[in-house]
Design a binder for this molecule. Structure first.
Ligand SMILES: [Zn+2]
Length: 89
């Protein structure tokens, strides 16, 4: 389940510069360094760095995801894309 919204230190999507200051984790988990996230504006897959700022995910990051995370990511991307479509004109 996607949990409640967790406030994060302000950061920007490295792809579209959208302000990122919150995240919804699965099972109410607070994101940790190395966790995957998705930009709500451009749907780019991002990774939390040690300082909890985000960077673009690389092919290596994605190839190292376990099956469960991969499935969660694919569901998340579906939801984020629906959100983007619903909010575009
Ligand atoms: Zn973005």
């Amino acid at each position: 389940m996607i949990g409640r919204v967790i406030k994060l230190e302000k950061d920007y999507c490295p792809v579209c510069l959208y302000t990122l200051d919150a995240a919804s984790g699965f099972d109410n988990n607070r994101p940790e360094p190395g966790d995957i996230t998705v930009c709500l504006n451009c749907a780019f897959i991002l990774v939390f760095k040690k300082n909890m700022k985000v960077r673009k995910a690389t092919n290596k990051d994605l190839s190292e995801l376990d099956k469960e995370t991969r499935e969660k990511l694919s569901k998340t991307l579906f939801v984020v894309n629906r959100y983007i479509i619903a909010n575009s004109n």
